[in-house]
Design a protein around this ligand. Structure first.
Ligand code: FEO
Length: 398
């Protein structure tokens, strides 16, 4: 059965959600699934905007056929060639061999790489080019590195719709309601939006800022991303969050404590520090055990909080592996402008504080306002004093 909805009178949602997939990109846990959005414009010419991931292809083709009702497909606009949106191009061509594929020059290269034997009609577009479908005209905006180099967006002029590719997307399936205005946009929703943004697009803040600048120049009634709900009406909150995330500014004044602990001593220190912070009336404290938490959640909250405490044991003369993964990810995703604090634990030769400090020096605009604390196994009276001083230093910075 087809599962479609109107966005406007003659623009339709024809995407689908996958609620079975465990790991997006085979990396990121998605306990609430993910949607692969695709849109179909019915006009003098018919135009499909992106395909979907192979996992939901059956639903997708059923949706398209139900809207086309025997008409052919004239255009396919490819905003992004990553396979979660472009996987079905070859299959689409089997059904609609005369479709013209509208894409950027770089996307044409990627299309050939992904489908070497493909024979198709293509129309390469660049910034400001337009495509008239009849009553609807699409204008193309280049958005390189949001999230791949070939990405573009398109602006539908009649209804003022920005088809924004990966930008403004989120994890989570669409469960009937496809419009954000129909959802309860609570902290959980925005946490997943941040986790999607920070882990997928987080590295490319400068390029996202460029897109936000372009978006500010045009009137937008609908934001139609490739994942998550369609934003109609009120999306100022989302834009404000995107502006913070892409400029690497924290959303919340607060303290994120990420610790690794093999036998509980470093965990005890993390809890002690949190308690000292709370006694100072510091709000918004969040603690994660790096061994029990997927790193994508750590990254997301790193984009959220101003102050980050890293606490970990030495391991074979190096950084505890789970902490090391988190540090590497922060570097990869261009984490910037945070205050960091370090507590290391080493039974006989604590040496990793310096190694962690070297990471932090590579995070632009970040600082180490407090001398790193060294523990040897269990916390001592001296450790208590040091943690209390660290809490005081954090409090003064908030
Ligand atoms: Fe949803 Fe970059 O693909």
């Amino acid at each position: 059965m087809e599962i479609t909805q109107n966005i406007t009178e003659d623009i339709y949602y024809v995407g689908a959600s996958d609620k079975r997939l465990g790991l997006f990109e085979n990396l990121f846990p998605i306990p609430s699934g993910v949607s692969y959005n695709s849109y179909l414009i019915m006009d003098d010419k018919t135009c499909l905007l992106d395909t979907v991931d192979a996992s939901v292809s059956r639903q997708f083709f059923s949706n398209i056929e139900s809207i086309l009702k025997g008409r052919t497909l004239d255009y396919l606009v490819v905003h992004h060639m990553e396979p979660d949106h472009a996987a079905m191009i070859e299959d689409l061509l089997l059904r609609y061999p005369n479709v013209t594929i509208v894409l950027t020059d770089k996307a044409a290269t990627f299309l050939k790489q992904a489908n070497p034997a493909l024979s198709c009609i293509t129309q390469v577009v660049k910034e400001g080019d337009t495509l008239s479908l009849g009553k609807h005209t699409l204008s193309f905006l280049m958005a390189p590195m949001v999230h791949w180099p070939e990405v573009m967006m398109s602006y539908e002029m009649k209804n003022k719709i920005l088809f924004s590719a990966d930008a403004f997307g989120t994890f989570g399936s669409l469960d009937g309601n496809i419009f954000a205005s129909e959802l309860y946009l609570d902290e959980t929703f925005y946490s997943e939006a941040r986790r999607y943004y920070s882990n997928i697009v987080g590295k490319y803040g400068r390029q996202v800022q460029a897109v936000l600048h372009k978006a500010a120049q045009i009137e937008i009634q609908y934001l139609c991303p490739l994942h998550g709900p369609i934003w109609n009406g009120e999306f100022q909150t989302l834009l404000e969050k995107y502006n913070l995330w892409s400029s690497y500014q924290a959303e919340v004044k607060g303290v994120l404590i990420c610790y690794g602990s093999m036998y509980g001593n470093t965990e005890n220190a993390a809890l002690y520090l949190a308690n000292e912070l709370a006694k100072l009336k510091i709000k918004n404290i969040k603690i994660y055990d790096v061994s029990q938490t997927d790193v994508s959640y750590l990254i997301s909250d790193t984009f959220k909080y101003t102050n980050i405490v890293l606490m970990a044991p030495n391991y074979n003369g190096g950084i505890y592996p789970k902490m090391n993964t988190y540090l590497d990810d922060m570097l990869r995703l261009s984490v910037s402008n945070r205050k960091f604090y370090i507590v290391e634990n080493g039974t006989w030769a604590p040496v990793i504080a310096k190694k962690i400090e070297e990471y932090i020096l590579k995070y632009p605009g970040s600082s180490l306002p407090f001398e790193s604390i060294k523990m040897k196994s269990r916390g001592t009276e001296e450790t208590k004093i040091q943690l209390a001083e660290m809490a005081k230093c954090i409090g003064e910075s908030l």
